[in-house]
Ligand binder design. Structure first.
Ligand code: PBG
Length: 334
């Protein structure tokens, strides 16, 4: 664009385009309507019956036993939400060094998948592939004697885990572990086992973030040593995120995720510029906690700021948002 393209005042008065709601709507670059079918609702599932336990740092968000979860899913389907991401809360006794429970075909998540798929055949089920719910130390992979997370050994387990989930009815497999080469390994295994239509949503640009704190509380998966910086990205890096995204595209990912969400809008924008695949943002647990605590204190207008943040995600270039506010957003639209 030539830099003198813009007529100057008073020929140009940018406020003419903002003078009233009707003109504003012509001027809108994207729709400011909240599209419920662009939201993905994360839910926590726990063993047992008649359990609905609130997560302390996430008021309004619960861990459900399967029977209670089915009621919740019924509600959200009626509200128009058609995608959920499932996260299992594993009992301490079932966690071990090699995460064996992760690829038990009858574990909590796989059992739940079968039931949910049967009850809600049109609900898109997304499952997390990483070992942190299943290891005692809370890391996403298995580690050696120096507590270094082993890449290729972890991938072997992730592949088994992904196959169990696909078998049990997952529509989208979402590897959140950040091991190198896992998308290729999982894609190949899915193809070999004829799961041609099972999608992979790669957590490609997943940062080593403090914003996951409440999630780890929800899963009782807080780290027993170290941090996740030897596999998750440094918040200082953007080019490295682009590298990860391009690698995952080459390895056969169908959807690309950026996580956390709000402090990483530049990464979403970059992702949308370099990728022809849909970009999904994950507005994580800590983001929810921030909105919620400000709202509960009366410091912010909850609905206004949450809806604004969804709009900003869309403007930054993503197609869908994973948000703990999905149900509340749908309720507000009614
Ligand atoms: C596990 C996983 C995490 C989240 C989603 N999958 C935590 C982590 O990597 O430590 C965080 C989600 C949230 O905070 O809402 N790999």
């Amino acid at each position: 664009m030539p830099n003198n393209f813009q007529a100057s005042f008073p020929l140009s008065r940018p406020r003419r385009l903002r003078q009233n709601k009707v003109i504003q709507s012509i001027n809108a670059e994207i729709s400011s309507n909240i599209e419920i079918d662009r939201l993905i609702y994360p839910v926590f599932i726990l063993a047992g019956e008649k359990q609905k336990i609130e997560i302390k740092s996430m008021p309004g968000i619960y861990r459900f036993s399967l029977d209670e979860l089915l009621k919740e899913l019924e509600e959200i389907c009626e509200l128009g939400i058609n995608k959920v991401a499932l996260f299992p809360v594993i009992e301490q006794g079932q966690k071990d060094k090699t995460a064996q429970e992760a690829y038990n075909p009858n574990n909590l998540i796989n059992t739940a998948l079968r039931v949910i798929k049967k009850e809600f055949p049109n609900l898109c089920l997304i499952t997390d592939v990483a070992l942190d719910p299943f290891t005692k130390h809370g890391h996403d992979g298995i580690c050696d004697e120096n507590n270094y997370i082993l890449n290729d050994e972890t991938i072997n387990i992730l592949v088994k885990m992904a196959l169990c989930q696909a078998e049990a009815g997952a529509d989208i497999i979402a590897p959140s572990d950040m091991m190198d080469g896992r998308i290729l390994a999982i894609r190949k295994a899915l193809e070999q086992n004829k799961f041609h239509n099972t999608l992979i949503m790669a957590y490609s640009a997943k940062y080593a973030s403090g914003f996951y704190g409440p999630f780890r509380e929800a899963l009782s998966s807080s780290l027993q040593f170290g941090d996740k910086t030897s596999y998750q990205l440094n918040p200082a890096n953007a080019k490295e995120a682009e590298k990860e995204i391009l690698l995952d595209i080459n390895e056969g990912a169908d959807l690309i995720m950026v996580k956390p969400g709000m402090p990483y809008l530049d990464i979403i924008y970059r992702a949308s510029q370099i990728s022809h695949l849909p970009i999904i943002a994950y507005s994580v647990s800590g983001e929810y906690s921030m909105f919620k605590s400000a709202a509960l204190n009366g410091y912010l207008d909850e609905r206004k700021v949450v809806e604004e943040s969804i709009l900003c995600f869309r403007r930054a270039g993503c197609q869908a948002v994973i948000t703990y506010y999905a149900k509340q957003l749908a309720l507000w639209q009614k």
